[in-house]
Design a protein around this ligand. Structure first.
Ligand code: FPP
Length: 255
């Protein structure tokens, strides 16, 4: 374990970190390189951050790797992103097995090219028994679409007479989302300075702490993650309650 990890309080680490990885294009432009080079360096940041989160003891890491809106990008850029994804899955399988990382995908996976779906399903299958950390890749993901899909499934259950409308609660609704069974993110990090959530985990981030850094994703590395975690540990999460109520609540009650 590296020396900067023990400086974090183990009992107030986020269980679930979500990241909007933004700024690959700007990183490349600043260096007069093409956008694909930015994505390639961004894939390197993914490797570094996955490794760091596992080492720190994060249980769930969700990365926004491709949004439903990203399908509108030039075909060459889309195919470069797909091939980076495939390369990542292939090159990291051994390390995922070694470090107990389970891969999961959230989003409209069926829209991805067949060869990517094959590698993705194979990696999910190979890693399914790993218990160390869940790495969630959001692929062809859109938060509003996710909510609409959940509403449709619930409506179909009601129509078929298997569910009464009064039984629809927040907990039930959550069980129809891609993130079913996972805790909501405690911390959302966005790189490259934009103050937006960009259709990411809209339902799940209701009480998530947000940290926006100006660093572009390809330059985002372990040291900055640790700094952000220190900042997170100084924050008081209140979930709509008063300071006193939160101090009296047994730890974990609201997490
Ligand atoms: C945003 O940068 C980034 C993306 C749209 C894709 C994220 C992809 C990677 C980090 C690489 C491959 C992923 C994996 C999981 C190996 P942008 O292109 O929108 O940057 P810009 O806003 O500066 O143009």
């Amino acid at each position: 374990m590296n020396s900067d990890v023990p400086s974090l309080q183990p009992d107030s680490l986020p269980r679930h970190i979500a990241i909007i990885m933004d700024g690959n294009g700007r990183w490349a432009k600043k260096r007069s390189l093409n956008r694909i080079r930015g994505h390639r360096e961004g894939a390197e940041s993914v490797r570094v951050i996955v490794r760091a989160c596992r080492e720190i003891g994060i249980e769930f890491l969700t990365l926004y790797a491709f949004s439903t809106e990203n399908w509108q990008r030039p075909p060459l850029e889309i195919s470069a992103l797909m091939s980076l994804l495939k390369g990542f899955l292939r090159s990291e399988l051994a390390e995922m097995m070694e470090n107990g990382i389970r891969l999961n995908a959230i989003g409209q996976i069926e829209r991805l090219p067949d060869d990517v779906v094959r590698v993705l399903r194979n990696t999910m299958d190979m890693t399914r028994k790993n218990k160390g950390m869940i790495l969630n890749l959001a692929l062809s993901y859109g938060g509003q679409d996710e909510i609409v899909a959940a509403a449709r499934k619930i409506a179909a259950e009601v129509q078929a007479g298997r569910l009464q409308p009064e039984k629809i609660t927040k907990t039930l609704f959550s069980n129809y989302l891609y993130t079913q069974g996972m805790p909501n993110p405690d911390l959302l990090i966005r790189t490259s300075g934009e103050m937006r959530v960009s259709n990411f985990l809209l339902w799940q981030i209701a009480y998530t702490e947000i940290y926006v850094t100006k660093t572009l994703w390809p330059a985002f590395r372990r040291e900055e993650l640790i700094r952000i975690l220190h900042d997170y540990q100084k924050r008081e999460r209140r979930f709509g309650m008063t300071e006193n109520q939160i101090k009296k609540a047994p730890r974990g009650q609201y997490f």
